[in-house]
Ligand binder design. Sequence first.
Ligand SMILES: [Zn+2]
Length: 134
Amino acid sequence: MSLRRAVAERAHGRCEYCQCPEAYSSTTYCLEHIEPLAAGGATNLENLAFACQGCNGFKGDKTAIWDVASRQAVRLFHPRRDRWTRHFAWNENGLDMVPKTLVARVTITTLKLNRPALRNLRGILMQSMIHPPA
Ligand SMILES: [Zn+2]
C-alpha cells in the first residue's frame, strides 16, 4: 500500500483538521508534515496527516503560535498525539468547530477551521448525513 493511501485510509478520507471529506473537495488532499521537513520532520506515517489544501496552507510550517490572550506559546493540534474529540466539538447547527481546549482555540484560529467555504460544505453535507462525521 502506498504511503498516501495508508494516510488517507487512516483518516477515513477526511482532512484531519477540518474533518471535511476529500471526496467532496474540488482539490486533491495533501500529506501534511505535522513536524515540518525544515524542522527535521520525517516523511512517514507517524508524522503525516491527511489535510485539505486550505488547512495545509494555513498551517504551513507552524507547530505552535504565540497566543496574545493567554500570553504564551501554544502548540497546534497534533493529529497523531491528540484525540480530535478531546479538543473539538461541533456547535449546535454543526457548521462550526468549537474549541474545548486552548490548543483547539489556537488551531481553529490559525488554520481558519470555520472559514466560509468549509461552513458552506458542512451545511450541504449535513443534508446527506455525511457531516458531522461519526
Ligand atoms: Zn482541512
